[in-house]
Design a binder for this molecule. Sequence first.
Ligand SMILES: Cc1cc2nc3c(=O)[nH]c(=O)nc-3n(C[C@H](O)[C@H](O)[C@H](O)COP(=O)(O)OP(=O)(O)OC[C@H]3O[C@@H](n4cnc5c(N)ncnc54)[C@H](O)[C@@H]3O)c2cc1C
Ligand code: FES
Length: 257
Amino acid sequence: MKQTYQCTILERAKLSDKTISLLIDASQIREEILPGQFFHINCNTQDSYLRRPISVCDFEKGRLRLVFEIRGKGTAKLAKLNKGDAIDLLGPLGRGFHLPKSGKRAAVVGGGIGTFPLLFLTKSLSFPCDAFLGFRCEEQIILADEFKSLPNVNLILCTDNGSCGYCGFAPSALTEALDAGKNYDIIYTCGPRIMMDCVAKTATEKKIPCQLSLEERMGCGIGACLVCACQTKEKNGQSHMSRVCADGPVFWAEEIL
Ligand SMILES: Cc1cc2nc3c(=O)[nH]c(=O)nc-3n(C[C@H](O)[C@H](O)[C@H](O)COP(=O)(O)OP(=O)(O)OC[C@H]3O[C@@H](n4cnc5c(N)ncnc54)[C@H](O)[C@@H]3O)c2cc1C
Ligand code: FES
Protein backbone atom coordinates (compact mmCIF):
# COMPACT_ATOMS: atom_id res chain seq x y z
CA MET A 1 0.00 0.00 0.00
CA LYS A 2 1.44 3.35 -1.06
CA GLN A 3 1.74 5.96 1.63
CA THR A 4 1.16 9.70 1.77
CA TYR A 5 3.63 11.95 3.53
CA GLN A 6 3.27 15.46 4.94
CA CYS A 7 6.68 16.98 4.27
CA THR A 8 8.11 20.43 4.83
CA ILE A 9 9.45 22.70 2.12
CA LEU A 10 13.03 23.73 2.89
CA GLU A 11 13.59 26.04 -0.08
CA ARG A 12 11.61 27.50 -2.96
CA ALA A 13 13.27 29.02 -6.02
CA LYS A 14 11.93 30.52 -9.22
CA LEU A 15 14.06 29.22 -12.09
CA SER A 16 12.20 31.07 -14.86
CA ASP A 17 8.93 32.89 -15.43
CA LYS A 18 6.97 29.64 -15.15
CA THR A 19 9.40 27.19 -13.55
CA ILE A 20 9.57 26.52 -9.81
CA SER A 21 11.98 24.38 -7.81
CA LEU A 22 10.98 23.02 -4.39
CA LEU A 23 13.51 21.43 -2.04
CA ILE A 24 11.63 19.22 0.42
CA ASP A 25 12.57 17.51 3.66
CA ALA A 26 11.82 13.89 2.72
CA SER A 27 13.77 12.30 5.57
CA GLN A 28 10.63 10.50 6.81
CA ILE A 29 10.34 8.58 3.49
CA ARG A 30 12.06 5.26 4.14
CA GLU A 31 11.30 3.67 0.74
CA GLU A 32 14.00 3.75 -1.90
CA ILE A 33 13.50 6.65 -4.34
CA LEU A 34 14.68 5.86 -7.88
CA PRO A 35 15.34 8.08 -10.89
CA GLY A 36 12.32 8.13 -13.20
CA GLN A 37 9.83 7.69 -10.33
CA PHE A 38 7.35 10.41 -9.44
CA PHE A 39 5.28 11.76 -6.58
CA HIS A 40 1.55 12.41 -6.85
CA ILE A 41 0.93 15.74 -5.16
CA ASN A 42 -2.16 17.09 -3.49
CA CYS A 43 -2.38 20.63 -4.85
CA ASN A 44 -5.45 21.52 -2.76
CA THR A 45 -7.36 22.99 -5.69
CA GLN A 46 -10.97 23.75 -4.73
CA ASP A 47 -12.45 22.39 -7.98
CA SER A 48 -10.53 19.11 -8.12
CA TYR A 49 -9.27 16.57 -5.63
CA LEU A 50 -7.02 14.97 -8.23
CA ARG A 51 -3.35 14.94 -7.39
CA ARG A 52 -0.74 16.03 -9.98
CA PRO A 53 2.28 13.86 -10.92
CA ILE A 54 5.75 15.45 -10.70
CA SER A 55 8.99 13.49 -11.28
CA VAL A 56 11.88 13.29 -8.88
CA CYS A 57 14.38 15.86 -10.14
CA ASP A 58 16.93 15.06 -7.44
CA PHE A 59 17.19 13.18 -4.18
CA GLU A 60 20.13 13.26 -1.80
CA LYS A 61 20.52 12.82 1.95
CA GLY A 62 16.77 12.89 2.62
CA ARG A 63 16.23 16.01 0.53
CA LEU A 64 13.88 15.72 -2.42
CA ARG A 65 13.89 18.24 -5.25
CA LEU A 66 10.88 18.72 -7.51
CA VAL A 67 11.02 21.12 -10.47
CA PHE A 68 7.84 21.93 -12.36
CA GLU A 69 6.37 24.27 -14.91
CA ILE A 70 3.18 26.16 -14.11
CA ARG A 71 0.63 24.78 -16.60
CA GLY A 72 -2.83 25.08 -15.03
CA LYS A 73 -4.67 25.34 -11.72
CA GLY A 74 -2.83 22.55 -9.89
CA THR A 75 0.71 23.64 -10.64
CA ALA A 76 -0.26 27.31 -10.10
CA LYS A 77 -1.44 26.40 -6.58
CA LEU A 78 1.72 24.37 -5.98
CA ALA A 79 3.83 27.34 -7.06
CA LYS A 80 2.35 29.41 -4.24
CA LEU A 81 3.89 27.18 -1.56
CA ASN A 82 6.80 28.68 0.34
CA LYS A 83 9.62 27.70 2.67
CA GLY A 84 8.16 26.18 5.86
CA ASP A 85 4.85 25.15 4.23
CA ALA A 86 3.66 21.53 4.26
CA ILE A 87 3.34 19.53 1.05
CA ASP A 88 1.27 16.33 0.75
CA LEU A 89 3.11 13.68 -1.30
CA LEU A 90 1.96 10.22 -2.40
CA GLY A 91 4.85 8.04 -3.51
CA PRO A 92 7.44 7.34 -4.68
CA LEU A 93 5.42 5.88 -7.56
CA GLY A 94 6.03 4.05 -10.82
CA ARG A 95 8.81 2.10 -12.48
CA GLY A 96 12.04 4.07 -12.71
CA PHE A 97 14.89 3.94 -15.22
CA HIS A 98 16.99 0.79 -15.59
CA LEU A 99 20.49 1.48 -14.21
CA PRO A 100 23.10 -0.92 -15.66
CA LYS A 101 25.79 -1.90 -13.15
CA SER A 102 28.53 -1.05 -15.65
CA GLY A 103 28.96 0.48 -19.07
CA LYS A 104 31.22 2.69 -21.16
CA ARG A 105 28.89 5.58 -22.00
CA ALA A 106 25.17 6.41 -21.96
CA ALA A 107 23.22 9.10 -23.78
CA VAL A 108 20.33 11.02 -22.27
CA VAL A 109 18.10 13.09 -24.52
CA GLY A 110 15.65 15.52 -22.98
CA GLY A 111 13.40 18.35 -24.05
CA GLY A 112 11.64 21.07 -22.02
CA ILE A 113 10.14 19.80 -18.75
CA GLY A 114 11.40 16.32 -19.72
CA THR A 115 14.92 17.41 -18.82
CA PHE A 116 14.09 17.73 -15.09
CA PRO A 117 13.99 13.99 -14.17
CA LEU A 118 17.16 13.39 -16.20
CA LEU A 119 19.24 15.21 -13.57
CA PHE A 120 18.69 12.49 -10.94
CA LEU A 121 19.16 9.83 -13.64
CA THR A 122 22.56 11.15 -14.84
CA LYS A 123 23.65 11.56 -11.21
CA SER A 124 22.77 7.93 -10.51
CA LEU A 125 24.69 6.47 -13.47
CA SER A 126 27.95 4.78 -12.50
CA PHE A 127 29.62 5.62 -15.85
CA PRO A 128 29.97 8.65 -18.18
CA CYS A 129 27.11 10.03 -20.24
CA ASP A 130 26.43 12.58 -22.96
CA ALA A 131 23.40 14.70 -22.06
CA PHE A 132 21.66 16.22 -25.10
CA LEU A 133 19.21 18.74 -23.63
CA GLY A 134 16.93 20.73 -25.92
CA PHE A 135 15.15 24.02 -25.25
CA ARG A 136 13.38 26.55 -27.44
CA CYS A 137 15.96 29.31 -26.85
CA GLU A 138 18.73 30.37 -24.42
CA GLU A 139 16.31 32.08 -22.01
CA GLN A 140 14.40 28.79 -21.57
CA ILE A 141 17.43 26.76 -20.48
CA ILE A 142 16.90 25.31 -16.99
CA LEU A 143 19.28 23.37 -14.67
CA ALA A 144 22.31 23.64 -17.02
CA ASP A 145 24.67 24.45 -14.11
CA GLU A 146 23.49 21.39 -12.17
CA PHE A 147 24.15 19.11 -15.15
CA LYS A 148 27.55 20.79 -15.79
CA SER A 149 28.62 20.21 -12.19
CA LEU A 150 28.29 16.42 -12.50
CA PRO A 151 31.72 14.85 -13.16
CA ASN A 152 30.35 12.06 -15.39
CA VAL A 153 28.29 14.34 -17.66
CA ASN A 154 29.25 15.84 -21.01
CA LEU A 155 26.50 18.43 -21.58
CA ILE A 156 25.38 19.26 -25.11
CA LEU A 157 22.87 22.10 -24.95
CA CYS A 158 20.62 22.42 -27.99
CA THR A 159 18.32 25.32 -28.88
CA ASP A 160 15.73 25.42 -31.65
CA ASN A 161 16.86 28.90 -32.73
CA GLY A 162 20.61 28.39 -32.20
CA SER A 163 20.83 31.08 -29.48
CA CYS A 164 22.94 28.69 -27.36
CA GLY A 165 24.91 25.54 -28.17
CA TYR A 166 23.85 23.19 -30.98
CA CYS A 167 21.33 24.80 -33.38
CA GLY A 168 18.47 22.32 -33.79
CA PHE A 169 16.61 19.59 -31.93
CA ALA A 170 18.29 17.32 -29.38
CA PRO A 171 17.55 14.08 -31.36
CA SER A 172 19.43 15.56 -34.37
CA ALA A 173 22.46 16.23 -32.14
CA LEU A 174 22.28 12.60 -30.95
CA THR A 175 22.08 11.30 -34.55
CA GLU A 176 25.09 13.42 -35.55
CA ALA A 177 27.10 12.08 -32.60
CA LEU A 178 26.23 8.49 -33.58
CA ASP A 179 27.08 9.17 -37.23
CA ALA A 180 30.43 10.61 -36.09
CA GLY A 181 31.24 7.25 -34.45
CA LYS A 182 30.05 7.68 -30.85
CA ASN A 183 28.67 4.54 -29.29
CA TYR A 184 26.32 4.20 -26.35
CA ASP A 185 25.42 1.23 -24.16
CA ILE A 186 21.99 2.69 -23.44
CA ILE A 187 19.94 5.74 -24.42
CA TYR A 188 17.35 7.37 -22.14
CA THR A 189 14.83 9.96 -23.27
CA CYS A 190 12.19 12.16 -21.67
CA GLY A 191 10.26 15.04 -23.21
CA PRO A 192 7.66 15.69 -25.91
CA ARG A 193 6.34 12.45 -27.44
CA ILE A 194 7.47 13.37 -30.96
CA MET A 195 11.02 13.89 -29.68
CA MET A 196 11.05 10.57 -27.78
CA ASP A 197 9.67 8.66 -30.80
CA CYS A 198 12.49 10.08 -32.91
CA VAL A 199 15.13 9.03 -30.33
CA ALA A 200 13.58 5.57 -29.94
CA LYS A 201 13.59 5.05 -33.73
CA THR A 202 17.27 6.03 -33.99
CA ALA A 203 18.20 3.78 -31.06
CA THR A 204 16.28 0.83 -32.55
CA GLU A 205 18.01 1.29 -35.95
CA LYS A 206 21.39 1.30 -34.20
CA LYS A 207 20.37 -1.64 -31.95
CA ILE A 208 21.01 0.36 -28.78
CA PRO A 209 18.73 -0.35 -25.77
CA CYS A 210 16.52 2.67 -25.14
CA GLN A 211 14.13 3.76 -22.42
CA LEU A 212 11.42 6.44 -22.64
CA SER A 213 9.50 8.12 -19.85
CA LEU A 214 5.88 8.60 -20.90
CA GLU A 215 3.52 11.34 -19.80
CA GLU A 216 -0.21 10.75 -19.52
CA ARG A 217 -2.93 12.53 -17.62
CA MET A 218 -3.39 10.69 -14.33
CA GLY A 219 -6.13 9.97 -11.83
CA CYS A 220 -5.19 7.71 -8.91
CA GLY A 221 -1.47 7.35 -9.78
CA ILE A 222 -1.39 3.85 -8.26
CA GLY A 223 -2.75 1.60 -11.00
CA ALA A 224 -6.41 1.46 -9.95
CA CYS A 225 -8.41 3.78 -12.24
CA LEU A 226 -6.95 3.15 -15.75
CA VAL A 227 -7.08 6.89 -16.65
CA CYS A 228 -3.44 6.64 -17.75
CA ALA A 229 -3.82 3.51 -19.93
CA CYS A 230 -1.66 3.33 -23.06
CA GLN A 231 -1.10 0.66 -25.69
CA THR A 232 2.13 -1.33 -25.36
CA LYS A 233 3.67 -4.36 -27.03
CA GLU A 234 4.83 -7.59 -25.42
CA LYS A 235 8.00 -9.46 -26.50
CA ASN A 236 5.87 -11.78 -28.70
CA GLY A 237 4.47 -8.73 -30.55
CA GLN A 238 1.03 -8.91 -28.92
CA SER A 239 -0.35 -5.55 -27.90
CA HIS A 240 -1.97 -4.89 -24.57
CA MET A 241 -2.90 -1.96 -22.34
CA SER A 242 -0.43 -0.75 -19.72
CA ARG A 243 -0.88 1.76 -16.95
CA VAL A 244 1.66 4.58 -17.26
CA CYS A 245 1.52 5.25 -13.49
CA ALA A 246 2.22 1.69 -12.33
CA ASP A 247 3.75 -0.22 -15.29
CA GLY A 248 5.71 2.94 -16.30
CA PRO A 249 6.23 5.82 -16.60
CA VAL A 250 9.50 4.36 -17.93
CA PHE A 251 9.17 1.82 -20.76
CA TRP A 252 11.63 0.13 -23.13
CA ALA A 253 11.43 1.44 -26.71
CA GLU A 254 10.36 -1.97 -28.05
CA GLU A 255 7.37 -1.94 -25.69
CA ILE A 256 6.16 1.30 -27.27
CA LEU A 257 7.14 1.37 -30.96
C1 LIG B 1 4.81 10.74 -14.67
C2 LIG B 1 4.73 12.24 -14.87
C3 LIG B 1 5.77 13.03 -14.39
C4 LIG B 1 5.71 14.42 -14.58
N1 LIG B 1 6.76 15.17 -14.12
C5 LIG B 1 6.74 16.50 -14.30
C6 LIG B 1 7.84 17.29 -13.82
O1 LIG B 1 8.82 16.79 -13.25
N2 LIG B 1 7.78 18.63 -14.01
C7 LIG B 1 6.69 19.22 -14.68
O2 LIG B 1 6.70 20.44 -14.87
N3 LIG B 1 5.65 18.48 -15.12
C8 LIG B 1 5.65 17.16 -14.94
N4 LIG B 1 4.58 16.40 -15.40
C9 LIG B 1 3.42 17.10 -16.01
C10 LIG B 1 2.52 17.63 -14.88
O3 LIG B 1 1.99 16.54 -14.16
C11 LIG B 1 1.34 18.44 -15.49
O4 LIG B 1 1.87 19.59 -16.11
C12 LIG B 1 0.39 18.85 -14.38
O5 LIG B 1 -0.29 17.71 -13.91
C13 LIG B 1 -0.59 19.87 -14.90
O6 LIG B 1 -1.51 20.11 -13.86
P1 LIG B 1 -2.28 21.50 -13.73
O7 LIG B 1 -3.37 21.35 -12.78
O8 LIG B 1 -1.32 22.62 -13.49
O9 LIG B 1 -2.81 21.72 -15.20
P2 LIG B 1 -4.22 21.33 -15.76
O10 LIG B 1 -5.13 22.50 -15.53
O11 LIG B 1 -4.66 19.99 -15.30
O12 LIG B 1 -3.80 21.27 -17.28
C14 LIG B 1 -3.09 22.35 -17.91
C15 LIG B 1 -2.55 21.87 -19.23
O13 LIG B 1 -1.56 20.82 -19.04
C16 LIG B 1 -1.95 19.64 -19.72
N5 LIG B 1 -1.63 18.48 -18.86
C17 LIG B 1 -2.13 18.19 -17.65
N6 LIG B 1 -1.60 17.06 -17.16
C18 LIG B 1 -0.76 16.61 -18.11
C19 LIG B 1 0.09 15.48 -18.21
N7 LIG B 1 0.17 14.55 -17.26
N8 LIG B 1 0.82 15.36 -19.33
C20 LIG B 1 0.75 16.26 -20.31
N9 LIG B 1 -0.01 17.35 -20.27
C21 LIG B 1 -0.76 17.52 -19.19
C22 LIG B 1 -3.46 19.77 -19.92
O14 LIG B 1 -3.91 19.03 -21.05
C23 LIG B 1 -3.61 21.27 -20.12
O15 LIG B 1 -3.33 21.64 -21.46
C24 LIG B 1 4.61 15.01 -15.24
C25 LIG B 1 3.55 14.22 -15.72
C26 LIG B 1 3.63 12.85 -15.56
C27 LIG B 1 2.52 11.99 -16.06
S1 FES C 1 -3.67 6.98 -12.94
FE1 FES C 1 -5.08 5.49 -12.16
S2 FES C 1 -4.37 3.69 -13.13
FE2 FES C 1 -2.87 5.15 -13.68
